[in-house]
Design a binder for this molecule. Structure first.
Ligand SMILES: [Ca+2]
Ligand SMILES: [Ca+2]
Ligand SMILES: [Ca+2]
Ligand SMILES: [Ca+2]
Length: 476
């Protein structure tokens, strides 16, 4: 018990130290965005546990059912392929068992047919060229037709695929088949693969053959990007740091402002709030990971700040990580490859700071309002929540810290929250954080409750909450 208390104390002190460090020192001027990876603790009402640490899995989000779907992959601890699918709803993982176990598949949501496309990959027999769809109930396997007479990309492993909102079709690139690296561009119509011959008016050629590239469709620029990938096994891969833009007709090579050298098997995710793509992890040719987070805006890379105020460490996605973005949870990633060890871990990448981006902050608040409106509003606003957004930001937490450090607080008109540090007038209603007991003094346990508010998605009034509120980590 005493050890527990000491651990909590140490953790909060580390967290508080980081709060001051992060807010007062480096991120203000240096970086537009500050992220934190938070380790989630999924519940398990299904009784089927959580997925193991995986590598070579496919993953995508089903935005209709709001599920993160992970298909196949290899158990990092046992080396065995994992049968079936796992789905994460923001709270728990549910397993959908299947007779077959795949790896190296690629997945993307199909907004036209409202199901998840699962393509390529290998099972125990061999690489496959079939295409599968998953709608949350049925896993349907089909063989592509070929009215074009140009064949199919498969059987192939390690290709990239995205749904291209510009062309309204899936774009697939690369992979490896029968020991040969592929450099073909294909479009999936829903029933057949169409081999695309890119134009090259710009004269910079096309991306070379590669496996495990990262691909993303950027809704802000309306273009697809292809980044990294492995050009050959055991090679130096000098060109793997390239980034190429696809507009449905041609591949344009973009000269990067940051030379990532060779990198492969990371994840690229479009972030609709930031309106930029986020690169997560991946390994360099010498098998060291990319530990920083960069944003891509269609022109260049921008390094984001990454802090660990929670003291739970930060995720380093490696070896074909699966990650998705949704507006409620942020970017969620399941541990993969070397970072995860034997135990599967689920992480969420949260924005905890934005600088010089008032528009973005407005959007974030609008988003929160939208979420709370759906549940009839947040009702009572916590006194720590000065802007009434339904969640606690860094400056609001810092105000709480100020009251904690002051050895008491009192009522004071014309301050940001109606209170001031130190002893004085107690005629107003007390601060909501002062509840256990209510004594015009913020204790350590009350401060810890504030830190919880800061790290949750949002809060709402609750008759059963210890302080009259409950915290939610995944709005449904
Ligand atoms: Ca479960
Ligand atoms: Ca064809
Ligand atoms: Ca070109
Ligand atoms: Ca962390």
């Amino acid at each position: 018990m005493r050890q527990d208390t000491e651990r909590r104390l140490t953790r909060v002190l580390i967290s508080l130290h980081c709060v001051f460090l992060c807010v007062v020192s480096f991120p203000r001027a240096a970086h537009a965005v500050t992220f934190e990876w938070e380790l989630l603790s999924p519940t398990d009402p299904e009784g089927d546990g959580n997925p193991p640490a995986l590598h070579f899995a496919g993953g995508a989000v089903d935005p209709v059912r709001n599920r993160f779907v992970v298909y196949g992959g290899r158990n990092n601890a046992t080396g065995e392929r994992v049968p079936g699918l796992w789905e994460f709803d923001g709270l728990s993982w549910k397993h959908y068992d299947q007779a077959t176990a795949f790896e190296d598949t690629v997945s993307a949501w199909d907004p036209v047919r409202s199901n998840l496309l699962i393509a390529f990959g290998a099972d125990t027999a061999s690489p496959r060229d079939w295409v599968r769809t998953w709608d949350g109930t049925n896993l349907i396997t089909t063989m592509p037709s070929d009215p074009e007479g140009d064949g199919n990309p498969g059987p192939v492993v390690g290709a990239g695929v995205v749904f291209d909102g510009n062309t309204g079709k899936f774009t697939a690139y690369g992979g490896k088949s029968s020991g040969v690296l592929r450099s073909s561009t294909w479009e999936w119509s829903g029933t057949s693969w169409d081999l695309i011959v890119p134009t090259d008016v710009e004269g910079d050629g096309n991306p070379g053959g590669r496996v495990y590239p990262m691909m993303v469709f950027d809704e802000a620029t309306n273009r697809t990007y292809l980044f990294g990938g492995k050009e050959d096994f055991g090679g130096t891969g000098e060109d793997e740091g390239q980034i190429w833009e696809w507009d449905g007709v041609r591949w344009l090579k973009i000269e990067p402002n940051v030379d990532f050298s060779a990198i492969r098997r990371g994840a690229l995710v479009y972030h609709p709030v930031l309106k930029k793509c986020v690169i997560l992890g991946g390994d360099y040719a010498d098998n060291t990971p990319l530990t920083s987070i960069y944003l891509w805006d269609g022109k260049g890379w921008e390094k984001a700040e990454l802090v660990d105020m929670l003291g739970d460490g930060n995720h380093v996605p490696r070896n074909s990580p699966v990650a998705y973005m949704d507006s409620l949870h942020g970017i969620v990633a399941h541990s993969s490859g070397r970072d995860g060890g034997a135990v599967g871990k689920t992480w969420v990448l949260r924005i905890i700071g934005l600088e010089g981006e008032e528009v973005l902050e407005g959007e974030l608040e609008g988003q929160r309002e939208g979420q709370t409106e759906g549940e009839g509003g947040i009702g009572i606003v916590h006194t720590l929540d000065q802007d009434g957004s339904g969640s606690i930001n860094i400056s609001e937490l810092l105000r709480g810290l100020q009251l904690y450090n002051a050895n008491g607080y009192h009522c004071q008109n014309n301050t940001e929250d109606g209170y001031a540090p130190g002893a004085g007038d107690q005629a107003c209603p007390p601060h909501n954080s002062d509840y256990d007991p209510q004594d015009w003094f913020i204790s350590l346990s009350e401060l810890l409750r504030m830190v919880q508010y800061f790290h949750c998605d949002r809060y709402r009034a609750s008759a059963t909450g210890e302080d009259g509120f409950e915290l939610t980590y995944a709005a449904q």
